[in-house]
Design a protein around this ligand. Structure first.
Ligand SMILES: Cc1cc2nc3c(=O)[nH]c(=O)nc-3n(C[C@H](O)[C@H](O)[C@H](O)COP(=O)(O)O)c2cc1C
Length: 173
């Protein structure tokens, strides 16, 4: 099984999860590649202005230009999307990524995870599914700032998410 983990991360939480997922899939005998989504003009610094710009871009449902990236969907069996939640929705760079890869997302099994400061990412996951025009996400996961809460509960949730995906390919731990 070849899995693409396409993620955007402003402050490291979604990257942390992408790395964990990659490790679990590799240990189970699959192959996972991290595809980091980056902005052409980043607003990832801790400057308050950048936080506001990020929030505005999410509220306005903008699709900011991405930095050039190498992603060849045909090389993968399935795709995992990972995004922080901004203003109760996916972060705007993920919106752009979905727009640019609609055909691939609609032709392969897709799973998604979200990281947020609050507790419940269900609505944002549903927005991702609907925006990508996908009937059903294979697996979903919502984590509260997992880099800070790197505990047994977070580990169990990430493993559960991976197991659903691995089971589809009959790869078990
Ligand atoms: C502009 C902005 C808006 C945010 N809006 C929300 C929100 O609506 N709900 C929430 O629970 N967390 C919100 N957060 C917090 C992030 O979703 C959370 O810290 C997440 O873990 C960050 O992931 P990252 O480190 O991969 O960027 C927001 C963060 C930013 C920067």
């Amino acid at each position: 099984m070849r899995t693409a983990i396409a993620f955007y991360s402003r402050s490291g939480n979604c990257r942390f999860v992408a790395e964990r997922i990659s490790k679990i899939i590799s240990e189970a005998g699959g192959f996972a590649e991290l595809i980091e989504i980056k902005l052409a003009k980043d607003f990832s610094s801790i400057r308050p202005l950048d936080y506001l710009l990020a929030g505005k871009s999410a509220i306005m449902k903008e699709t900011p230009q991405l930095a050039r990236m190498l992603f060849y969907p045909e090389q993968f069996d399935n795709i995992i999307l990972g995004t922080p939640i901004w203003a109760n929705d996916m972060a705007s760079p993920m919106r752009t990524f979905i727009c640019e890869n609609l055909a691939a997302l609609q032709s392969k099994p897709v799973s998604a995870y979200v990281c947020l400061a609050g507790k419940n990412g269900t609505a944002a996951l549903e927005n991702i599914r609907g925006f990508a025009g996908i009937e059903k996400l294979e697996a979903t996961l919502s984590l509260t700032n997992p880099k800070k809460h790197d505990d047994a509960e977070t580990d169990i949730k990430i493993r559960g998410f991976c197991e659903k995906i691995l089971n589809e390919y009959k790869i078990t731990h």
